[in-house]
Design a protein around this ligand. Structure first.
Ligand SMILES: Nc1nc2c(c(=O)[nH]1)N(C=O)[C@@H](CNc1ccc(C(=O)N[C@@H](CCC(=O)O)C(=O)O)cc1)CN2
Ligand SMILES: Nc1nc2c(ncn2[C@@H]2O[C@H](COP(=O)(O)OP(=O)(O)OP(=O)(O)O)[C@@H](O)[C@H]2O)c(=O)[nH]1
Ligand SMILES: [Mg+2]
Length: 432
């Protein structure tokens, strides 16, 4: 671990009322002293005129934290400056002159992790909380920061350790009828573990959807009114609308917040066979999106044939009859008019119900990123192999269980850290 002392602007760049520069590392106390902000009691803010090379830089509010009682676990200081570009520039230059270096993205949190202040799921939660734009994203990230995900994986690992202990006991102290004993004692514990892993994977989508967005796609015949409805729902003129069938080609995404959840709404090409290569590619993309979305809105105008979209519609999807101003719906479903706005609020409410039903839950989700899901899948497949080998090859079963344990431990960063660190901290912002 490096002994560099790092600094970064913790507040957004640009002009602001106050700008905070954060410092972390062994040189913090000396640096404060050198800038004229020495002698501060830990965790007690003081106002100091910062100066360097004979020039006053700012009248700042300064805070200092002493290792290990800080965010990073190292000596930390915060310089709360007047938020002008020149002030921040001058103080940054003085810090570099004093021997500090600018922090890499995520480096403060990386140090917090490496100093045992938090596990990897909590470090991820810090990034998620900063990126949160909806209340559900923020709530989930805060739960994760407070250890909800770490607890889930600790419980799974405890189960696994119990199963492994039984398997190893049988290997170390074999009776005359080893296979039967094993199947009797370790089998049920292992079955429970597999069940817990299956349950976690069965509920894996929810947390990822809260974080990344619930994906809703508009599908239907050409000219059904998908793009008009898309524009009406996102309340801006995002998609091209014309009376010409086959107007939309690319998939167009826009974000909405419904019931506090992030929703990604996609407009797509009307589904029809076409000799035009561009349109055919658009239709291929529309179908692919229809397959992978969490919810499909089948957009239909009165008089539309019902052939092309029907194969993609699943139970729970919504049928939306458009152009209500022109004629009555020909079947079951909601009825809207993009032209008059009729029915849009009811559609919005129906969508909100679907999203809320799909994403809300009383338990904290067992997965909030693909990284967690992949490790859970690896743990499940290793645990299943262990189960199959339990009777005839207990040593191999033990090995598979250790593999499963490593997969779970990688989620919190208890093992296999080096290869994961880059992935976890790659998307952090500077100053965190
Ligand atoms: N000004 C400021 N606000 C901030 C942060 C910060 O670094 N600076 N944070 C940064 O993300 C978050 C708060 N997180 C923090 C977590 C732990 C400690 C800390 O000093 N922990 C010590 C003391 C605990 C205590 O006072 O009880 C410790 O755990 O030993 C500081 C901030 C959000 N707000
Ligand atoms: N009267 C009326 N016309 C509508 C309504 N919605 C769409 N239209 C018209 O129907 C035509 C097709 O609308 P679009 O929204 O482009 O239809 P689309 O489903 O996106 O069509 P493609 O992109 O070709 O698949 C346009 O002329 C729209 O103005 C509506 O609610 N009422
Ligand atoms: Mg369109």
């Amino acid at each position: 671990m490096s002994h560099d002392t790092i600094f970064a602007l913790a507040t957004p760049p640009g002009r602001g009322a106050v700008a905070v520069i954060r410092l972390s590392g062994p040189q913090v106390a000396g640096t404060l002293e050198a800038l004229g902000a020495g002698g501060l009691k830990p965790r007690l803010a003081g106002v100091r005129t910062l100066a360097h090379a004979g020039a006053a830089l700012d009248q700042a509010l300064v805070l200092r934290f002493v290792a290990p009682h800080s965010y990073t676990g190292e000596d930390v200081a915060e310089l709360h400056l007047h938020g002008g570009r020149a002030v921040v520039e001058a103080v940054s230059a003085a810090l570099i002159d004093t021997g500090l270096r600018p922090a890499e993205p995520g480096e403060f949190t990386r140090r917090a992790f490496q100093n045992g202040r938090m596990d990897l799921t909590q470090a991820e939660a810090v990034a998620d909380l900063i990126d949160a734009e909806t209340s559900a994203q923020a709530r989930q990230a805060l739960g994760q920061l407070e250890g909800a995900l770490a607890q889930t994986y600790a419980a799974l690992r405890a189960r696994l350790v119990r199963a492994l202990a039984l398997v190893e006991a049988e290997i170390d102290f074999p009776d005359e009828d080893v296979p039967e004993n094993l199947a009797r004692s370790a089998g049920p514990v292992l079955d429970e573990l597999i069940q817990a892993l299956e349950a976690a994977l069965g509920d894996a989508a929810r947390g990822e959807r809260v974080r990344d967005g619930y994906r809703v796609v508009l599908i239907g015949e050409t000219n059904a009114g998908k793009s008009s409805l898309f524009n009406a729902l996102v309340a801006r003129d995002a998609a091209i609308v014309t009376p010409i069938p086959g107007t939309t080609r690319d998939v167009l995404d826009a974000e909405l917040t419904l019931g506090g959840y992030r929703v990604i709404l996609s407009d797509t090409a009307g589904l029809r066979d076409s000799d035009d290569a561009v349109e055919a590619e658009g239709v291929r993309r529309a179908r692919a999106r229809a397959e992978s979305a969490d919810l499909r809105l089948w957009v239909r105008a009165p008089g539309d044939p019902d052939g092309a979209a029907a194969p993609f519609v699943r139970s729970g999807d919504l049928i939306v009859w458009t152009k209500a101003d022109l004629g009555a719906p020909a079947g079951e479903g909601l009825s809207v008019s993009a032209a008059t706005g009729a029915g849009l609020e009811a559609l919005r409410a129906a969508l909100t119900d679907r999203v809320t039903a799909a994403l809300s839950g009383s338990d904290f989700p067992p997965v909030t990123r693909a990284r967690h899901r992949r490790r859970l899948e690896a743990a499940r497949s290793a645990a299943l192999s262990a189960r199959h080998r339990l009777a005839d090859a207990p040593e191999l079963a033990g090995e598979e269980l250790r593999r499963a344990g490593a997969a779970l431990a990688a989620v919190t960063g208890a093992v296999g850290v080096e290869e994961i660190l880059g992935e976890v901290f790659a998307n952090f912002c500077i100053g965190k």
